[in-house]
Design a protein around this ligand. Structure first.
Ligand code: AHM
Ligand code: MG
Length: 332
């Protein structure tokens, strides 16, 4: 078998853009390095009592921060600052964006938005968690500190996006707008290998993923769609299987491979849903569209939403094209 490492893949792809400065490749290398460091800590979370558990702070959304959240946040931020390839970082863990001060960073062309450790409430119970990231070209002038407007761009402006899943294997899955590729980490030698080239969302699927504990708080269209998924009398292959890990990257990754839909709708207690547009939904929407799937808020395309605040939330319907269209048809 012809093995290709992530490093080789990045270099090959850079050659597709003659004259490119290599900054973007260095950015991906920074991500890869920080991902390996976080992976090492996640893997031993059960052993390291000092890492397990809550740090005692709450983040801007009033959620309890876990120690590993803070660790991951710091690792990624340090890696980007050291590489000098982004002028700033927006993170789900921080109240506002960070604009790096060094001249090298202020001369950088890109900003990154990330959820450094999504699903972190699952750490203590040994369930897969993930890092989600989204990269934009800055709109503020090069040579100056990053500005809020750099972080409030529509999803359609993303130049790259992806996730790292810390699961039974660790994988990095990303797109630069030219398909989706997945790399599996070999911890013995510390290298990611291309294992899932050109990933495609199956057009249809049999898995629906939603927190059904909230169903009484959902709008009627969502209730009707879930009933449709469970309908044993319908002629077209029902009922579907309900699968909800409660860890977005893990639910998304499974559905990407097997075919399925993930839904986090608006509820009475969370009218805009729970997930964040900039840190979670846009990057997964970009990956989804690049893999032939669909991502909406139930009614409109996620990547067309014009963000007006950093921590903006949105309902999220993502996955196999036919399933997302079908779910949307119940909301109209
Ligand atoms: P987090 O960013 O605070 O970890 O929250 C996001 C997580 C997702 O991974 C997951 O899909 C969702 O929250 C689960 O929420 P709920 O427990 O309300 O179903
Ligand atoms: Mg999250």
């Amino acid at each position: 078998m012809n093995l290709r490492t992530l490093g080789e893949f990045i270099v090959e792809r850079q050659a597709d853009f003659p004259g490119s400065s290599g900054d973007f490749s260095r950015l991906l290398s920074g991500l890869r390095l920080a991902g390996k460091i976080v992976n090492q800590q996640v893997n031993k979370a059960g052993l390291a009592k000092h890492i397990l558990g809550s740090v005692g702070n709450t983040n801007v959304q009033g959620e309890e921060q876990q120690k590993l959240d803070v660790f991951a946040d710091n690792q990624f931020i340090k890696a980007f600052e050291n590489q000098g390839v982004v002028c700033g970082v927006g993170s789900e863990e921080n109240d506002t964006y960070i604009a790096f001060e060094s001249e090298k960073c202020q001369n950088a062309k890109y900003v990154i938005l990330m959820d450094p450790l999504d699903g972190s409430s699952n750490i203590d119970v040994n369930v897969s968690i993930g890092t989600i990231f989204s990269i934009f070209r800055r709109v503020s002038p090069v040579g100056e500190p990053a500005q809020l407007e750099d972080f409030l761009q529509k999803g359609t402006e993303q130049v790259a996006a992806g996730y790292i899943i810390y699961g039974s294997s660790t994988m990095l899955v990303y797109t630069t707008g030219n398909g989706v590729n997945g790399f599996t980490y070999d911890p013995g030698i510390g290298v990611f290998f291309l294992s899932h080239p050109n990933m495609q969302f199956p057009e249809d699927g049999k898995i629906y993923s939603i927190n059904e504990g909230n169903i009484n708080q959902c709008e009627q269209g969502v209730v009707d769609y879930v009933n449709y998924c469970q309908d044993t009398n319908a002629s077209d292959k029902h009922p579907y299987s309900g699968r909800y890990i409660g860890s977005l990257v893990a639910d998304f990754h499974r559905n990407l491979i097997k075919g399925g839909i993930y839904i986090y709708p608006s509820t009475q207690s969370a009218p805009n849903g729970k997930l964040r547009l900039q840190y979670e939904c846009n990057p997964l929407a970009f990956l989804t569209e690049q893999a032939g799937g669909l991502a909406t808020d139930g009614r409109q395309r996620i990547m067309d939403i014009d963000p007006n605040e950093l921590h903006q939330r949105t309902p999220f319907f993502v996955g196999s094209k036919n399933m997302v269209n079908k779910a949307g048809s119940f909301l109209k």
